[in-house]
Design a binder for this molecule. Sequence first.
Ligand code: G6P
Length: 443
Amino acid sequence: MTEMKKLKVVVIGGGSSYTPELVEGLLARHHELPVSQLWLVDIDAGMEKAKVIADLTKRMIAKTGCNIEVFLTTDRKQALMDADFVCSQFRAGRIEARLRDERIALKYRVIGQETNGLGGFSNACRTIPIALEIAKEMEALCPNAWLLNFTNPSGMVTEALTKYSTIKTVGLCNVPVNMERGAAEMLGVPRDEITMQIAGLNHLVWARKVLHNGQERSREVLEQLVAGNDRMTPKNIPPFRWDEGLLKSLDMVPCAYLRYYYQSRDFLDKEFAASSNKSNRADLVAKVEAELLEIYKDPTLDTKPQLLEERGGAYYSEAACELMNSIYNNKRSIMHVNTRNNGAIQGLPDDCAVEVSSLITSSEIIPLNVEPFETGTLRLIQLMKEFETLTVEAAISGDINLAKRALMLNPIVDSGAHIDEALQETIRENLDFMPKFAHALNQ
Ligand code: G6P
């Protein structure tokens, strides 16, 4: 038998409290995914936290006896040299930026969520230039490596990377994984008997089919949702009931994020109410993160703590590590990822990023063709894709008119003079990350 190649995995944003999730997934697959070096990269400001995470990582590895060396560094280039897989999970501006995004958005009475509304726009403009800088470094230092992106807003960041870099990039999200797990629980069947056909954009996806051992069971899943038995919604989305009439009118299962579109006023009201006692998502995450860090410091802890499952990204290692495994072993498995459309969803450009069930091989990701969407849904996808595409262009160029057009099109950001003011405040408060927009600031 030929010896398996030793793999170097790099995690950008390695000091994230999510890292133990990733480590758990790598360890569970070590017999077929022989990682020998794990590099955690973070910035100076994140080093105190990153040291705690690196120590826990080492304890988790030691417990299993796997032979993986852990490196913690601020030197991104040193880490990227000859990497095989690069996982991107950094948050530009850290949690403080997410808190600011939510605060600014709610001040102007629009949704501030980190991936879709004004918050998603702001996050994209901060993050995309950095993501492209990392990809450029990869082109020089590890041109054959795969870049697995879960940095949010994952759909827009993946689109920027697939359009403007030659690095093989796949965008990931745990929402489809949560949907499959949830459907299995709701139907009372083993998880591995469920197959979904996922299609749409990141955080704007539907399960076009829910197959249980080949039998279509979407209707039953929709009925369970109508009855309030929702096991699909990740922890970061406020738990409120789906609109019954809407669910009854659908013949596919919407992801939890679609309530931002189908029930946007309800969401806004909920966010607004939460902001009065500082319990919006970013506020809660800041608290959970602080608690997690204290737990991680315990020198006897050598497993992923339960509290991490309170975060919206729970189970993302299932997506990330299985993807690495499938690529490395050319498993030709079907996974739900963000990749170049290449005609899979009719009515969208070939070169845009879509989230779709795809065949995973060691040389490429092949998106599977999707049955055409009915017109109304297609229009929503097209509108959001236009928002995403314009946002990517604005993030790269600093063109304020593109930024305004993007926001005007976004169906969950209502337009008006307040958006000009919100944009000004967003740029002013994020100037370190958005210097290209400086020219657009009113004096
Ligand atoms: C979901 C999304 C991720 C997001 C996470 C946020 O699972 O799919 O894109 O990062 O939630 O969770 P948090 O606990 O940070 O609010």
